[in-house]
Design a protein around this ligand. Structure first.
Ligand code: FAD
Length: 325
């Protein structure tokens, strides 16, 4: 009888990636809701990364090993994961929604005759039934998905859907090496894909100050930059600002930009369109400044200032400077 949650932990370029810890947090939440154990699986030529993830609250870490897994290829990863899933018979296989997972996970699911519930933003367990929610039509609608039929259920979570630091640490899970067979590998990996050369990775920022159309001109962005500076944060923007070329595209937050979850997100003159919200709604604390009290950004803001940003921001910056001495 299939049981348990298996979470796939991805590593690239010598490190476990951030979204893998988010996937661990998601898997732990699912395990707690269903009263099932959570195991992790790490693929590689050796057990190096398995020991790193064993510090989390997991029942065990499976280190699927084969020299052909030293570098990522969809053929090798699919072969290895198929064997691990068949050997461990989990009910759910949880994965981060990364480029790598997007590449091989549909093929893995197809080997089991299953679909992939991809890019989920949340889930809800009622009894033994789990509803996964994913955004459709460019974030305009949410679809609730319940898997029917026999396990395993393959699911991926959007970056930011869970917080990596919420992944619970544990006593030290046992690492179980598993030698896996890998068949023919038909592709040769090239250097990993980089989204934009020297792109700013806002997903790692603790503080983000984002500007929207309310900033009115490119010159006025300096105002927000000063605030970002005292807060030790990064500058970001809504789409119209990047479309206008006032800030580079790698500063855009939203459905066609970056997804972020900083500790503090300050939204200046941003209305709160759904395409923007999907990129930042998981921030720990959201502060919005907008002169329109009905602006939808206030629906998700923890602190809202109804006012003219050109009056509010200089005062805020000065007061913060004073606080910092
Ligand atoms: C396919 C698609 C993808 C998209 N992807 C993205 C995306 O990734 N990211 C994104 O952000 N958008 C995206 N959009 C665009 C999105 O729908 C909105 O148009 C956009 O987010 C609005 O940006 P904004 O809030 O800066 O501007 P507006 O909606 O024009 O809002 C400006 C706000 O500033 C306030 N304001 C004006 N003056 C002041 C002042 N002096 N002081 C304080 N407040 C003031 C106004 O009250 C208003 O609420 C996408 C749209 C589509 C169709």
């Amino acid at each position: 009888m299939p049981n348990g949650i298996l979470v796939f932990v991805e590593h690239r370029q010598g490190a476990i990636n951030k979204t893998s810890f988010e996937a661990v947090a998601a898997a732990q939440a699912l395990g707690a809701a269903l009263g099932q154990e959570v195991s992790a699986v790490v693929l590689g030529a050796d057990a190096g990364f398995a020991h790193e993830i064993a510090g989390y609250k997991l029942s065990r870490v499976i280190s699927a090993e084969n020299p052909k897994l030293a570098e990522y290829t969809p053929d090798a990863y699919t072969d290895a994961m198929e064997q691990v899933v068949r050997a461990t018979t989990p009910q759910y296989v949880v994965m981060p929604h990364t480029y790598l997972v997007r590449d091989y996970a549909p093929k893995l699911a197809a080997r089991f005759g299953k679909g992939l519930i991809s890019d989920c933003i949340r889930m809800k367990a009622e009894g033994s039934s789990v509803t996964f929610t994913r955004r459709i039509f460019l974030g305009k609608m949410d679809a609730d998905v319940v898997a029917k039929g026999e396990p395993p259920v393959f699911v991926t979570f959007q970056s930011g859907a869970y917080r990596g630091e919420q992944a619970e640490r544990g006593e030290g899970a046992s690492v179980e090496p598993m030698q896996v067979e890998v068949g023919e590998v038909r592709m040769r990996p090239e250097a990993p894909f980089q989204e934009v050369k020297q792109a700013v990775d806002l997903s790692k920022a603790d503080v983000i100050v984002a500007v929207g159309r309310g900033i009115k001109s490119q010159e006025n962005i300096a105002l927000a930059e000063k605030l970002a500076e005292v807060l030790g944060g990064d500058i970001a923007a809504s789409r119209p600002i990047c479309d206008a070329g006032w800030l580079p595209i790698d500063r855009q937050i939203g459905s066609s930009g970056q997804t972020v979850a900083p500790k503090l997100y300050v939204a200046l003159g941003i209305s709160g369109a759904i395409q923007h919200l999907v990129g930042m709604k998981n921030s720990s604390t959201i502060v919005a400044v907008n002169k329109d009290p009905e602006a939808p950004i206030f629906d998700i803001a923890d602190y809202g200032i109804v006012g003219d940003l050109f009056e509010v921001v200089p005062v805020l910056t000065e007061e913060l400077k004073k606080l910092k001495g």
